[in-house]
Design a protein around this ligand. Structure first.
Ligand SMILES: [Zn+2]
Length: 404
């Protein structure tokens, strides 16, 4: 209704003479009482971004996917990690197998890869706790012993540790983004150690020789390298976690980190690299280029369906083209509610399955009140059965040397 028509209509109701102030008050109703005086008459409202929780008015169908259509290997979980108590480092378990196994059974998760198995005694404790009693349900990866980088002979020591880890039962090697963003020449001080530092060459080769896949997390979302300001699409996430920002200081750029990792993949063609979090999930064209260039590169999708699902047409093409190189993972962490997109549980799996299996539109990518990684929703890509089987299970099984 335009303004002239509205006035005509009001005149008809005998209200025109009292003017718009009354109308504005009537429209604002109860909400008006809570507004500061200065805003009452103008009708202008303000609301803190953190309080904004819009409910979508779209009427779209919701497909419940309580169970994956085919058995699943979750290649990216953190069932445990290393925790330091005083001078001793020990394994910290985020759950017990008895808590995790029933959820896995209900969700059709055949196996979980616990990437953060640590090294030394921690690795042994972790394997004994998860993998040894349930070898067909849990496998454990080892991690580099970065604290030893200052010691002479580190390159050979680290390669030997890979052999020792495999003898203990470790099935692969995991690199956190520590390499590239935190590890420094004197461990916590000095210049950052580059991802393609030659001291790690024997380690990458040892993993390749022993057919241990390398799960590598490099860099972080693009927005973490930009100022946390009103233009940043992850403003709320970075405000809640200021230490996640890699803007300025002496941090390399996202692209420099990706390129350093690419040089490692190129230098070690017999080693199989699983690039976690899709690598650079905001830029699928770039990731596609890399997959074309490096036959020993694979990608895992954990904590990035928020990115994949907001570009459903590009994602669908990506899954079609690279269906033999994409691996299912969730980055699940049992306990803690800091990062809703990673909380282990039935809801988390249902969202991933809905994204992969259905054509549903505009739904939440994380079990949370507000989208935790950015203010958007996602769309399902409805993969066919042949691709689902590969992404859910076969691609990971091949890398882990399991029988399909
Ligand atoms: Zn992770």
């Amino acid at each position: 209704m335009d303004e002239w028509n509205r006035r005509q209509w009001l005149a008809g109701l005998g209200l025109a003479a009292v003017g718009q102030g009354v109308i504005a008050n009537a429209w604002q109703g109860r909400g008006n009482k809570r507004l500061p005086q200065s805003e009452r008459l103008t009708g202008k409202m303000s609301l803190a971004l953190e309080d904004y929780e819009p409910k979508s008015m779209l009427l779209v169908s919701e497909t419940k996917v309580p169970r994956a259509r085919f058995p699943v290997i979750d290649f990216h979980t953190h069932l445990s990690w290393s925790a330091r108590r005083g001078r001793v480092t020990e394994a910290h378990n985020n759950a017990t197998p008895e808590e995790v196994l029933p959820v896995m059974d209900r969700k059709n998760v055949r196996m979980m890869v616990n990437l953060t198995g640590g090294y030394g005694n921690v690795l042994e404790q972790t394997i004994n706790y998860w993998q040894r009693p349930h070898p067909d349900r849990f496998v454990v990866f080892t991690e580099p012993w970065f604290e030893k980088i200052t010691e002479p002979g580190y390159p050979q020591f680290q390669a030997d540790q890979i052999a020792r880890a495999q003898a203990l039962g470790a099935r692969g090697l995991k690199l956190l983004k520590t390499l590239g963003l935190y590890l420094r020449e004197h461990v916590t001080s000095g210049p950052l150690v580059k991802i393609d530092d030659r001291r790690f060459d024997p380690m990458w080769d040892a993993a390749g020789d022993r057919r241990m896949p390398v799960g590598i997390h490099t860099s972080d979302p693009e927005a973490f390298f930009l100022p946390t300001d009103r233009f940043n699409e992850r403003y709320e996430e970075l405000s809640a976690h200021p230490d996640w920002s890699f803007h300025r200081k002496d941090f390399p750029s996202n692209r420099e980190l990706q390129e350093a990792r690419n040089r490692v993949i190129a230098r070690h063609p017999r080693t199989q690299f699983v690039v976690l979090h899709v690598g650079d999930s905001e830029n699928l064209a770039y990731v596609s280029e890399l997959l074309d260039r490096y036959p020993n590169m694979h990608v895992e999708i954990g904590a990035r369906i928020g990115e994949l699902g907001r570009q459903p047409r590009a994602s669908r093409k990506f899954f079609d083209k690279y269906q033999d190189r994409i691996i299912f993972g969730t980055d699940a962490v049992p306990r803690g509610d800091d990062t809703p997109q990673q909380i282990f549980g039935e809801q988390l799996y249902e969202i991933y399955y809905r994204f992969l299996e259905t054509q549903d539109e505009y739904f939440d990518y994380a079990p949370a009140q507000k989208p935790p990684q950015g203010r958007w929703r996602i769309y399902g890509i409805g993969l066919p059965e042949s691709i689902l089987r590969k992404v859910y299970y076969d691609n990971a099984a091949r890398l882990l040397g399991l029988q399909s």
